[in-house]
Design a protein around this ligand. Sequence first.
Ligand SMILES: *Cc1c(COP(=O)(O)O)cnc(C)c1O
Length: 628
Amino acid sequence: MRLERSWVEIDLGNFRHNLRELKKLLLPGQSFLQIVKADAYGHGAFEISKIAMQEGATYLGVANIEEAKLLRLQGIKLPILILSPALENEIGDILAHDITVSISDYQFAQELSRQAGLSKHKAKVHIKIDTGMHRSGLSCTDICSLWKQLIHLKHLDIEGIFSHYAASESDDAFSDDQTKAFAEALEQIDHHALYIHIGNSSALIKHNPPFANLLRLGILSYGVYTAEEQKTAFNLLPVMTFKSTLSQIKTIKKGEYLGYNLTWGAPQDTKYGIIPVGYADGYDFLLGNKAQVSHKGVLCPVIGKISMDMITVDLGDCPDSAVGEELTLIGATHPELRVENITRLYNGSPYELLCQVGRRARRYFYEDQQIVSSSPLSRRDFVSSDFSDNKLNQIIESAISQRLQSEEIGEMIYREILRSFFFNKDRDIHYRQNFRHSVELLHMTKDGLHYQTKTALTFDKVLQSDYFIVACANSDQLLSRYFKRKDVEYRWLMDDSIALGTDQFLLTNVSINGTTLFSEVSHSNGCMEIRCSHPSLSELVGKQVSFAIETKTLYPCNSHQLSIFINELTRGVEISFLYPPELSTVEVVSVFSGQNKYPEIIKSPGAIIVSTKAEEWVFPMSGIVFAY
Ligand SMILES: *Cc1c(COP(=O)(O)O)cnc(C)c1O
C-alpha cells in the first residue's frame, strides 16, 4: 500500500490499446499525429510520445517551443509541429531544434524564412487555414493571394497544409462546411505539401475526408469519449487514474453540518472519511456535493465543498474501511469516474480536468501491471530564463549536503542542469567531459610493500587559467584543502608510509591539447604541489581543451582498497583499474550520484572498467572503491 497523499497512474498499455482501436478507422494512406501538448493532457509527453512512435505516429503536436524543446532534449527525434502560432523571438530555437511551425500570418513566415536563410536552413512549416473557427489561420478568402507570396519565401519548406474543426464532436453541418471550405482552398492553390490534415480525434468517425492523409489524435487516445456514437465504433480505456489514501475516518451526528459554508447537513449519524486531496491537487472545486470516489469497489459520495487540500466522503456504505486505504477519484473503476462523466457533473471540460489533475502528485507509468517509470513531484517541466549558474550551484551544493539520498532530488537536479545548459545557453558552468581515469598496479617493489603504480587521467574542460596544480599529500586532512581550490585538477592521496617526493610521485606526462607543460614542484605544509604551466596556455584560457595527466607512483600492498572520487560535475566517465594476476578477486563498489546511479561495470582478467554513457551526468561526491 502506498502512503502518498495522492498519485497518478498512467496505464501505457491502455494508451496503446486506444491507439490500436483508433488506427482501425484511419483510411488507407492515412497516418496520425499524436497530440502531446500540455504534457500530453497531463499524461506525460515523453512517455506518451514513445508509445505513440512505437504505434506508428508520424508526427507529434505540441503547443509551444518549450514543449518541443523538452522532447528534443529527452531524445525524441520524430518531427514535431507547434500547433499554435509561434512568436518571432522563438525562431532561433525553432531552427536550432528542427521544429515545424504552423503559419498563420505572412509577417511571421517572412521573418522565419529570413532567419532560416541566415543559417542556410529551410524551415519546415505547415500552413494553417481558417475554415470557420476564426481562431488562428490564414483566412480562406485571402489564401490565393497569400499563397503567391508564401511560395516566394525561399527558405521555407511548405511541408503541410491544415485546418481545424470547431465542433467535430457536436455539429455535423458546420463541420461539413469546414471540410468543404478546406477542400476548396486546397484546389485554389498549386501545392506540393506532403501532409494535408484537418481532423482532430473526434473527427475520426464522421469528418475524416479522404483527401487528408494525417489525423491529429488527442483526447480519444487518452481514453475519453467525446460523443455517444463513438462507444459503438471503438472501445476506449481511460489512461489516467487519480488515486489517494483515506487519511481519517470520523462520524458526524444527525443535524450537524460539514465543511466550508456548511453546505452539507447530516440526515442521520454518518461515518465519513477525509481524503488529503483538494482543488489545489486539481480536483475541481465545482465537484463539491456532486462527485463520487470509489473505495473497495463501492462508490462513496463527496459531501460538502471541496477545500484546497481536502475533501470529505460519505463512508456509510463502506462499514469496514480503514485509514490508509486506497481510493480512486478519477479513472476506470466505474463509469461514473470516467473523466467525461465527472466533468458532466459541473458542465466542465474533460480536457481541462486531465490537464489540472495531480499537480501535487507523483506519476507512475504502468505497462502490463508493472511500473515502468515514474516522474517526481516537481515534474511540471518549465523553462526559466533567469536560471543562473549561481542558482545551479546552490542546488548542487544543497543536494550534495544531503548526499543525494533522495531519488527525487537527484532527478530534479538532473533536470535543472539540463535546463540550465540547453535552454539558457548558459555554458559558463564548468564541467569535465569524457573523463577517463585509469590506475594500473604494475608489480611489487623489491621490498614487497608497494605496487609500482601508473595513473593516467584525461578529460576535456574549459581552461580556467594559464596554470593548474597537481597535489599530493599523506593524509585526507592535508589533501582536503585542495578540494576547495578551483585551480587544482588532480589530487593523489599517498599512503602515510611513503615519503613525499618525486621518486614516490612523479608526473610522467602533463599536457594540454598535446602540448607538454612545464612542471614545478614545491612542498608546503606537508603537501607536495606541482604547478603545471606553459606560456602558450594564456591563449587557450576560456576555451575547451583536453587535459592529460600521467603519473608514476607507489601504492601500498596492504591497503586492499583503492578509491577514486569524482568531485567535479562530469559528463561521461570511464574509470579503469588494472591489476596484476596475484590479485585474484577484486570487487568494485560504485557510489554514483546523478541520473544514473548504476554505471556499467565490465570485468575481465586483470581489469575492471566502470563507465557511464558519454552524455550521462555524474555529480560531485561520486566515487568508486576497488577492493582487493
Ligand atoms: C489540441 C489539438 C488537437 C487535438 O484535439 P482532440 O480533440 O484532443 O483530438 C488537434 N488539432 C489541433 C490543432 C489541436 O490544437
